[in-house]
Design a protein around this ligand. Structure first.
Ligand SMILES: [Zn+2]
Ligand SMILES: [Zn+2]
Length: 285
């Protein structure tokens, strides 16, 4: 096999299918929120700032190893790259902690925006990015499973994720009444949002422009000319989607198309700033 071979979109999807059901296996919060915390959340502050996940260094690096194991198993040709990537990770407890802190800060305090999934190349920096990015998503998805018990998504209706405060990376139109659910690419939470209007700048746009791909009624992309952002969307009438994390990766070609059209994932003015003063720093960092 060619060791120079790049990681393709299909490869990333295959790795994700392998690890997507991964569980950390124990609670990530000190205690479930009480009425006071729930009230805080209902005022528009995502859970991550109210009852933050406690993520320790050792288990986090074990999750990275698990992701690396999946890449290695599926793509033996990438063994060297995986090895190089792992070897380049910090080795001492102190440095590991600082690294984890940086990784989590990117997820937790980033004004609602999120870097797209990384397609790793032969460069070990990109392999590290992939391994740590996937590990972060897995941990956050587990945290979101816990947090799901604390609320009903119909009470939220904001453009950012009720759990981690990120902007949506995808949405789905579903059911007879064409309800719109937003989907968080970081923690996997789905939540209800108004059928019209932009989740990024929360502008009440009456007629949202959208693109439908020629030859495919399954995907469309809503764009906002107010903040120049876009939202990829799957219509469940046309086809049942896979896990939206996979759909998000499979439709990276759409991101490219929309970026070329001048749209991006711009952070809106309201983002998660609203909750920053009221929140506590994530514990365990
Ligand atoms: Zn989220
Ligand atoms: Zn907008």
């Amino acid at each position: 096999m060619d060791s120079e071979r790049k990681f393709s979109i299909d490869d990333v999807v295959a790795v994700w299918k392998e690890i997507i059901d991964f569980r950390v296996g124990k609670s990530l919060v000190k205690k479930a929120p009480g009425p006071e915390e729930i009230e805080k959340w209902a005022s528009g502050i995502p859970w991550v700032l109210i009852a933050p996940p406690v993520i320790q260094v050792k288990p986090f690096f074990q999750v990275i190893d698990r992701v690396a194991g999946a890449v290695h198993e599926l793509y033996p040709a990438l063994t060297e790259e995986v090895k190089d990537g792992l070897a380049a990770l910090p080795a001492t407890q102190h440095k590991k902690k600082a690294f984890l802190n940086r990784v989590l800060t990117r997820v937790i305090h980033k004004n609602g925006s999120k870097k797209g999934p990384v397609v790793a190349s032969a460069d070990s920096a990109e392999m590290i990015e992939f391994l740590t990015g996937a590990a972060t998503n897995l941990v956050m998805r587990d945290y979101a499973r816990e947090a799901a018990a604390w609320f009903s998504d119909e009470q939220w209706l904001r453009g950012i994720c009720p759990v981690c405060g990120c902007h949506p990376s995808f949405s789905e139109l579903t059911g007879e009444s064409r309800v719109r659910n937003l989907y968080c690419g970081t923690c996997g939470t789905r939540w209800r949002f108004s059928r019209i209007g932009c989740p990024f700048c929360e502008a009440p746009i009456e007629e949202q422009k959208f693109f439908i791909l020629e030859g495919s009624s399954k995907y469309r992309a809503y764009v906002c000319d107010n903040c120049k952002s876009y939202l990829k969307t799957v219509d469940t009438h046309s086809a049942q989607p896979e896990d939206l994390l996979l759909e998000n990766i499979k439709t990276l070609f759409l991101d490219q198309l929309l970026l070329n059209e001048g749209y991006g994932h711009k952070a809106g003015p309201n983002d998660m700033v609203k909750g920053l003063e009221g929140g506590t720093a994530p514990a365990g960092l």
